[in-house]
Design a protein around this ligand. Structure first.
Ligand SMILES: [Zn+2]
Ligand SMILES: [Zn+2]
Ligand SMILES: [Zn+2]
Length: 277
């Protein structure tokens, strides 16, 4: 499984859109891995998890062919995870697909995601939109094209909607966990994961070095979550642990995050990073 993390910032981006704080100024000056856009992750160049407004820019930046994408898993409807208006450009007038491209892009998510997908594809709705929505049922495994299977797990995040994390398995049995946006995982999610070995785990690190855990996580929460997953035999020495979804409010630039995370066995994601598991 090839995992490419396209965007690694929290909602405001980093440098943040309208911010002139010291760490945003430093990120602008340093550039490189300190320039972070909003969430989306590409799997094997054919499946997306989350779809922020930065996805179009990242498709240009990383030379991606989004016509190949058959499935989009959306965690929740916050604007840094779903910019549904861009799904309207899959309409027949805007997107000319070759024969090997999937006819329909199927979007999975909660009801609020479904409402946004309807609005985003309007007025191009109907068969010409070539975008379908399916509401997910938590803890029920679903099969996808390409031999993938996924399960939506509950997150601890916006209380006004059911936010999800995704467990994704490929046809070879490789498993990845997309673990944001969330505070420390709910018990039912930990119970479901118990004894399922994970090859790759991405965790929320919005708060940088500071513990939080009720809506997002900081690095102390990531360490505690990995320890619980290790105790449940989900994580072992060969599991790749990666932190992402960083905010300028955490205050640490990329190299400072690496100095914090590497000794504890975590990688620090940056925009465009590719992992093979
Ligand atoms: Zn977010
Ligand atoms: Zn800032
Ligand atoms: Zn969110």
């Amino acid at each position: 499984m090839k995992i490419q993390i396209l965007g690694t910032a929290a909602a405001e981006g980093w440098p943040a859109l309208f911010c002139n704080c010291e760490v945003c100024k430093k990120a602008r000056a340093l550039g490189g891995k300190n320039i972070r856009t909003r969430s989306a992750t590409m799997i094997d160049d054919q499946l997306l998890i989350d779809f922020s407004a930065d996805t179009y820019g990242n498709a240009l930046r990383f030379s991606l062919d989004l016509s190949r994408v058959h499935t989009l898993l959306v965690t929740h409807d916050h604007e840094d995870h779903l910019y549904a208006e861009d799904l309207g450009t899959r309409y027949t007038w805007f997107a000319h697909l070759d024969k090997s491209a999937p006819e329909t892009l199927t979007v999975y998510g909660n009801d609020r995601v479904g409402a946004q997908v309807s609005r985003g594809t309007f007025p191009y709705g109907g068969p010409g939109s070539r975008v379908a929505f399916r509401r997910v049922v938590p803890f029920r495994e679903e099969a996808l094209p390409g031999g993938y299977r996924f399960t939506a797990l509950t997150a601890l995040h916006d209380r006004s909607q059911q936010c999800y994390l995704y467990l994704l398995e490929d046809k070879d049995g490789k498993r990845m966990l997309y673990g944001h946006d969330t505070g420390r995982f709910p018990g039912e999610t930990m119970d479901f994961l118990a004894a399922k070995r994970l090859d790759f785990v991405m965790l929320d690190c919005t708060d940088g070095p500071n513990a939080e855990g009720t809506n997002h996580m900081g690095f102390p929460d990531d360490v505690a979550t990995a320890e619980r997953l290790r105790a449940l035999r989900c994580v072992d020495e060969s599991t790749r642990l990666v932190i992402t979804h960083f905010s300028h409010n955490g205050g640490l630039l990329h190299e400072e995050l690496e100095a914090l995370a590497r000794p504890e066995g975590f990688d620090v994601a940056y925009d465009g990073v590719v992992y093979e598991i």
